[in-house]
Design a protein around this ligand. Structure first.
Ligand SMILES: [Cu+2]
Length: 111
């Protein structure tokens, strides 16, 4: 019985590794907007990756690049906005309603 359980555990572990290696090409990261802050405020991704911003607050927010390269527009509670970053660089963004809310996405060039 014990060996059957460990066999299942091994199969489950192999399954997890398979899922991870399959998703290394392009990834999606999530930035939560909670308590008037972007979490994480500093995020590093690879070119081609997507970032999804999710507003967890009851108050509306935006995720707006200071260079205007992306802008979520109004995000009510639980609203989401996704942006794919194809260009390497450092992208600072704010909430246009609360400009003291700041975040940075660092995009590394594709290998
Ligand atoms: Cu805000």
């Amino acid at each position: 019985m014990k060996s059957i359980i460990s066999l299942f555990a091994a199969i489950a572990a192999i399954g997890l590794i398979g899922v991870q290696s399959a998703s290394t090409a392009q990834q999606t990261s999530v930035v939560h907007i909670a308590s008037f802050a972007f979490q994480p405020a500093n995020l590093t991704i690879n070119a081609g990756d997507t970032v999804t911003f999710v507003n967890d607050d009851q108050v509306a927010h935006t995720a707006t690049a200071t260079d205007k390269s992306f802008d979520s527009g109004n995000l009510d509670q639980n609203a989401k906005f996704s942006h794919r970053f194809d260009t390497a660089g450092t992208f600072n963004y704010i909430c246009s309603y609360h400009p003291m809310m700041k975040g940075t996405i660092t995009v590394k060039a594709a290998q």
